[in-house]
Write a protein that binds this ligand. Structure first.
Ligand SMILES: *[C@@H]1O[C@H](CO)[C@@H](O)[C@H](O)[C@H]1NC(C)=O
Ligand SMILES: *[C@@H]1O[C@H](CO)[C@@H](O)[C@H](O)[C@H]1NC(C)=O
Ligand SMILES: *[C@@H]1O[C@H](CO)[C@@H](O)[C@H](O)[C@H]1NC(C)=O
Ligand SMILES: *[C@@H]1O[C@H](CO)[C@@H](O)[C@H](O)[C@H]1NC(C)=O
Ligand SMILES: *[C@@H]1O[C@H](CO)[C@@H](O)[C@H](O)[C@H]1NC(C)=O
Ligand SMILES: *[C@@H]1O[C@H](CO)[C@@H](O)[C@H](O)[C@H]1NC(C)=O
Ligand SMILES: *[C@@H]1O[C@H](CO)[C@@H](O)[C@H](O)[C@H]1NC(C)=O
Length: 902
């Protein structure tokens, strides 16, 4: 056995021979050594991917620039292990930075002492021995035997300490530069359980007698010994799932042929070299060859084509396939020749049908509880999932390859050097697997506890997950339906609200107090608190007070700036002057919801613009708590914004009271603020009633957020923003438009959503709102913005590179948040912008609440004698056309005088 080495610090001397050797590496069960400067991994990745190398170790040639993060990246990107100097491992890495299974220590033969290997025994899973450089050429051969002796002692010592997770530690050795890697040397070291590193340009696939290089198959088999009289090696043949197909024999020659042709080639005891399937067509593609632990038997992993391995035309010599493998085979054959009109054919032909089956079965699996039920539902789900895979030529082997890749990932908690084995997904996710593999030997018990808790939660309640679509896969109709908000059954709600509104209109305070008793569970003496409010009812702790004060100052500053107190004066023609100026709406009602949250922020957002505008009467309505009080935070804000009255009522009755006025509630001119469907319905009803003489800010629907995220986005931030919206209410609308994110990036976000959501106190609400929300993957920013503009979200967050540069292309959105560091929460509370924004798609034509909301504009004009003379004919002609003689006359009577005097 050897370790083939690809030295990437120099250009690879590509020749047909080297190309052939590189192409053969993936079908020998061997680890490839990459020597690299690791400044730029592009060559490594190119070679790896071009030759499908799955198992490789990286030996960085410089350690001064290495840190834990970059090492983890190498490993996460697919390296099985990374080789570092023993010194670096002991001094620069903490014990739980990188699992021992992923580290190899390099040491020079001189420095290799049993003490050192002891110190590193728990830290690494393999050693690489570098011969000392101070041998001279004449001496090296003579002392080589003693080098091997030293190495042998070391290997024995190393192997006294097996890996914690089981298995032997590998020991590799670099040959001194002046020594040619002869097969005999390779065998000598193999017999000591070590392996030489041999450069790929010293290897070949050619017959040994036709070259001076080493045949790679011979290097591979030289350590094998046979206990059979005929000298052959017992060989078990398995498929990619490890299912045994049959038992055969190999010789060194057949292995050479197998590697050269990359096919199943064996040694028949009667017929000599046996090219499996050469006559029947049931050939085998060689996936890998492994040597067993005693080095006397081989395992061939193959992809079996044609009817099967057995000469009786069954899949295996031990009978037919069953289970998953049988299902895969059946689906593969159905794909080629399903009976027309059959269910399977429909599934293959109708992605929508398949999609809905997968969704349906996934849902049923989540609801299943008994063992039998879960197995039943899981079988259903796997059936449809595999159908989707086979329809797209994805095999079980491809799925397993993904799982294996993921198992290599090391994830870390930010700002913490510990390795984290984070289990947020129960579904065979990478990290899950790590936990399973390490279950008996976890180095970090606290992590494990967290994991267990997360798993418990999942077990109990299922994953919190958004629906997922890809713009390129959905029909235009589906796209339109995604733009729709849930239907608000306004007729039904209007009918329930109408009697409440009528009641308050007719009976005033009596009705209001009754309704508050009925809906808020408290019978009040008076529905109104008038300013000045008693200090004891608005006492808040210092931290709250300073937070409210800071928010107040920012919001005030921004809204002050919006108020243009000057008068617009325009002379439209000589002698004709027009004016425009604003005046506050005298009396306004601000609705601050209570219900599931205390919302001083809404009081700020509504109260400050009203105060800045100069409204004389500010009535702030808020449903009372069970003890008849108002949250002190809200009352403190009411005080700061100069509210004249606080109305202790909520829902439709509060709106009605402010719209019509009661004995104790002043009638207002305009009602603003968010609220539930009843509040919204009451606002619409009263606005429609001309006897109420009331206007409202805007139609309202459930709060909503659309996030556009590209590759540069931080999954944890994106998830946190989505959740900050989703926790508002069960009907909250959350949309994530993903700009060409890879599957793994999306998974990362989904994982974060579940993980963060599971820790929220309002997880119950999130469990309702998140599954109704969706992720839409799109190809580019222009598709993303088009969707967003069509959706017209209340809040829009751009988690994209150069977020500011896209603002010009956003036509419809209530309020926009730019970049990773602008969460919606800041706009909701304290940055300055108001948070009372148009929802339900009304961002197309409405602005959010702002200072203008509480102002109206008036105009004035003044004409001089000269001016009237000049404009007179125009007005008279237009009045004449419209047949309004009195209008014409009002001008004519003056113009006549003016023109007579002139
Ligand atoms: C080469 O190494 C041998 C053994 O270490 C030593 O005896 C000899 O003097 C060296 N020769 C030279 C030229 O350095
Ligand atoms: C040893 O031999 C190699 C080639 O065989 C040569 O490149 C190198 O310079 C020699 N080293 C010494 C110290 O003579
Ligand atoms: C863990 O330990 C248990 C009991 O000792 C054993 O049955 C199981 O196979 C071990 N698992 C691993 C992954 O080592
Ligand atoms: C790993 O787990 C095995 C089985 O439970 C145990 O025998 C062994 O001592 C553990 N090793 C370490 C390093 O904890
Ligand atoms: C608004 O008023 C008109 C006329 O008074 C009436 O026909 C209509 O149904 C009202 N709409 C609502 C929502 O009450
Ligand atoms: C964006 O992607 C769509 C396909 O969904 C394509 O038609 C369009 O040309 C792309 N636009 C840009 C600017 O790349
Ligand atoms: C409310 O938000 C809109 C959109 O961000 C903004 O145009 C307006 O000025 C804001 N008004 C206030 C009072 O913050």
């Amino acid at each position: 056995m050897i370790f083939p080495v690809v030295d990437l610090t120099n250009p690879i001397p590509y020749s047909d021979e080297i190309h052939d050797v590189l192409s053969s590496l993936n079908c020998i069960g061997t680890t490839v050594f990459f020597i690299d400067s690791i400044d730029d991994l592009s060559v490594l990745i190119e070679v790896r991917d071009r030759y499908h190398i799955r198992d490789y170790w990286i030996f960085p040639q410089r350690e001064d620039t290495l840190d834990v993060r970059s090492l983890i990246k190498l490993l996460d990107d697919g390296a099985t292990k990374v080789v570092l100097s023993l010194e670096f491992i002991l001094k620069k890495l903490r014990i739980d930075d990188i699992p021992a299974e992923r580290l190899v220590a390099s040491l020079t033969l001189n420095s290799a002492s049993p003490e050192l290997t002891d110190a590193s025994s728990e830290r690494v899973s393999a050693y690489l021995i570098i011969p000392s450089t101070n041998y001279n050429n004449s001496s090296i051969l003579s002392i080589f035997d003693s080098i091997l002796d030293q190495v042998s002692v070391l290997i024995k010592h190393v192997q006294k300490h097996p890996l914690p997770s089981g298995g032997r530690k590998d020991v590799g050795m670099i040959l001194p530069p002046s020594i040619k890697p002869e097969l005999e040397l390779i065998k000598q070291l193999s017999d000591l359980n070590g392996r030489f590193l041999v450069s790929v340009d010293a290897l070949t696939l050619k017959e040994p007698d036709k070259t001076t290089k080493i045949n790679i198959a011979d290097a591979f088999t030289c350590s094998l010994t046979s206990d059979r009289a005929d000298g052959l090696f017992t060989t078990v043949v398995v498929d990619e799932q490890g299912i045994a197909l049959g038992l055969v024999y190999s010789s060194r020659e057949s292995v050479r042929e197998a590697i050269r042709t990359k096919k199943g080639v064996y040694q028949s005891r009667k017929r000599g070299l046996w090219y499996k399937g050469a006559t029947s067509g049931a050939v085998q593609n060689l996936k890998s060859i492994d040597i067993d632990c005693d080095e006397d038997a081989l395992r061939f992993v193959v992809e079996q084509l044609g009817s099967g391995f057995c000469h009786f035309n069954t899949n295996t010599c031990f009978g037919r396939y069953n289970g998953l493998k049988a299902l895969e085979k059946t689906l593969q054959s159905r794909k080629v020749s399903a009976p027309p009109g059959s269910y399977t054919q429909k599934l293959f032909q109708k992605p929508d049908l398949l999609r809905s089956k997968i969704m349906e079965e996934a849902d049923e699996l989540c609801s299943a509880t008994s063992k039998e039920n879960i197995a039943w539902e899981a079988a259903d789900l796997i059936y449809f999932a595999l159908t989707k895979c086979i329809a797209n030529d994805v095999t079980l082997a491809d799925i397993e390859e993904q799982l294996n890749k993921r198992a290599l990932k090391i994830t870390r908690r930010p700002g913490n050097a510990k390795t984290q084995r984070d289990v947020t997904k129960p579904d065979g996710d990478n990290n899950d697997k790590n936990v399973l593999l390490n279950a008996n030997n976890s180095t970090d018990s606290s992590d494990k506890q967290v994991d267990e808790r997360a798993s418990e939660k999942i077990g109990a309640e299922g994953i919190i997950k958004m629906q997922k679509y890809d713009l390129s896969e959905i029909t235009p109709e589906k796209r339109s339906s995604l733009l729709l908000r849930p239907i608000i059954k306004s007729d039904e709600i209007l009918e329930r609200v109408r009697p409440i509104v009528d009641d308050v209109r007719k009976k005033g305070d009596v009705a209001l107090l009754d309704l508050t008793a009925k809906y808020d569970g408290i019978r009040l003496q008076s529905p109104v608190l008038a300013s000045p409010f008693p200090p004891e009812l608005m006492s808040v702790d210092d931290a709250t007070k300073s937070a409210i004060d800071q928010a107040f100052d920012n919001i005030l500053k921004f809204h002050e700036a919006q108020y243009d107190r000057s008068t617009l004066v325009v002379s439209t023609m000589p002698g004709v002057t027009c004016y425009r100026f604003s005046r506050p709406i005298k009396s306004v009602g601000l609705y601050v919801p209570g219900g599931t949250a205390v919302l001083p922020s809404t009081a700020l957002m509504l109260g400050i613009p009203a105060m800045v505008a100069g409204c004389k009467e500010i009535v702030l309505a808020c449903p009372p708590r069970k003890d008849g009080s108002v949250a002190p935070e809200v009352l403190y804000v009411a005080h700061k914004v100069g509210a004249t009255k606080v109305l202790l009522a909520g829902g439709a009755q509060a709106v009605a009271a402010m719209a019509y006025g009661t004995e104790s509630v002043p009638k207002v001119d305009k009602i603003c603020g968010p609220g539930n469907q009843y509040v919204t319905a009451a606002k619409m009803l009263t606005q429609n009633d001309s006897s109420a003489m009331i206007s409202i800010d805007m139609p309202a629907g459930p709060s909503e957020l659309l996030v556009i995220a590209d590759e540069s986005s931080v999954p944890a931030y994106v998830a946190s923003d989505l959740l900050s919206q989703a926790e508002h209410g069960e009907d909250s609308q959350v949309v994530l438009v993903a700009v060409s994110l890879s599957l793994s990036q999306l998974e990362e976000i989904e994982k974060e959503i579940h993980k963060q959501a599971s820790c929220l106190p309002r997880v119950g609400i999130v469990r309702q709102s998140i599954p109704k929300s969706f992720i839409l993957n799109v190809a580019n920013m222009s598709d993303a913005l088009k969707f967003s503009n069509d959706y017209a979200p209340e809040h829009l967050i751009l988690h994209v590179e150069d977020a500011d540069s896209w603002v010009n292309e956003i036509d419809n959105a209530g309020s926009i948040f730019l970049g990773s560091y602008s969460p919606e929460s800041c706009g909701d509370y304290a940055s300055g912008t108001n948070h009372t924004l148009p929802t339900y798609g009304y961002a197309r034509m409405y602005s959010g609440v702002n200072t203008q909301t509480f102002l109206k504009h008036m105009t004035a004009q003044k004409l001089t004698m000269d001016g009237l003379d000049k404009i007179g004919d125009t007005v008279m002609r237009l009045a004449e056309i419209e047949g309004l003689e009195a209008h014409r006359n009002a001008v004519a009577i003056r113009v006549k005088d003016i023109r007579n005097t002139n």
